[in-house]
Design a protein around this ligand. Structure first.
Ligand SMILES: C[S@@+](CC[C@H](N)C(=O)[O-])C[C@H]1O[C@@H](n2cnc3c(N)ncnc32)[C@H](O)[C@@H]1O
Length: 204
C-alpha cells in the first residue's frame, strides 16, 4: 500500500478506476518473482497447512487469493469494486475460487463459515474496525483464524492502524494473537520501507 497511504480516508478513492493500474505496485501485482515468493512464503506460514476455506476480504485484483489458491486453499473473495472483482475473477479463472461484490465489513456469504479470514490493507480504512473484527470472528469455524496484514503508512503524518491498537482490539475477541513485524522485509514491498508494517494471526 503506497499512494493511498497518503490519504486520510478512502472517501475520495474510485477503486473501479484504480483497478486498471493497481497491480503496477510491486506488492500489489506481485509480478517480480522475488516479491511474489516473499509473499507466498509468508502466506504459507500464516495459513493452515491443510487445504482450507479462505475468505479474502477487500480482495482487490486477487493477488493474495491467487497465492492462497496455489497453496491448494479454496478461496472466496469479496470486494466493493466490481472492476476489482472482474480482475480477480480473471486472475483466478479455472481455479476453485469465487468472487463476490460486497462490503468487507458485512460480507455477503450467508451461512457459510471459513477456516481463515484474510484481509490485507483494508481494515484500517473501514468506518468501524472494531465492529468489522467482531463480524469476521463470527464467520470463522471453531479453530479458525484471522490473518490481518496492516500498517501505519508514512512517517510524517502516518495513516492506518498500529500493531498495538490492532492487537488491543483483537485480544478480547480471540484466544491467541500473534503479531509479526514486516517493515524490515524489503522483498515484500519491492523496496526498503521505514514505516510500520505488520501481520497479525489471531486464532478464535
Ligand atoms: C489497498 S486495496 C487492497 C487490495 C488487496 N487486499 C491487496 O492487498 O492486494 C483496498 C481494496 O479494498 C476494497 N474496498 C474498499 N472498501 C471496501 C469495503 N468496504 N468492502 C470491500 N472492499 C472494499 C477496494 O475496492 C480495494 O480493492
Amino acid at each position: 500500500m503506497t499512494s493511498k497511504g497518503e490519504r486520510d480516508t478512502w472517501a475520495d478513492v474510485d477503486w473501479d478506476a484504480e483497478s486498471a493500474t493497481f497491480d503496477d505496485e510491486p506488492d500489489h501485482g506481485l509480478r517480480d518473482p522475488a516479491v511474489r515468493e516473499a509473499w507466498s512464503a509468508r502466506l504459507r506460514g500464516w495459513l493452515p497447512r491443510a487445504p482450507s476455506d479462505v475468505l479474502d476480504l477487500g480482495c482487490g485484483t486477487g493477488s493474495l487469493s491467487l497465492l492462497a489458491s496455489e497453496q491448494r486453499h479454496r478461496v472466496t473473495g469479496v470486494d466493493l469494486s466490481p472492476r476489482m472483482v472482474d480482475r480477480a475473477r480473471a486472475k483466478l479463472a479455472g481455479r476453485d475460487a469465487v468472487f463476490l461484490v460486497g462490503d468487507a465489513a458485512a460480507p455477503p456469504v450467508g451461512e457459510q463459515r471459513f477456516d481463515v479470514v484474510l484481509v490485507r490493507h483494508v481494515l484500517w480504512a473501514l468506518p468501524d474496525p472494531e465492529r468489522a473484527l467482531r463480524n469476521w470472528r463470527g464467520l470463522l469455524r471453531p479453530g479458525g483464524r484471522l490473518v490481518l496484514i496492516e500498517g501505519l503508512w508514512g512517517t510524517v503524518s502516518p495513516v492506518g492502524i498500529s500493531a498495538d491498537r490492532l492487537t488491543a482490539l483483537l485480544t478480547p475477541l480471540m484466544r491467541d494473537v500473534r503479531m509479526e513485524r514486516l517493515s524490515d522485509e524489503a522483498l515484500l514491498w519491492g523496496r526498503e520501507v521505514e514505516d510500520e508494517r505488520f501481520a497479525v494471526v489471531a486464532v478464535v
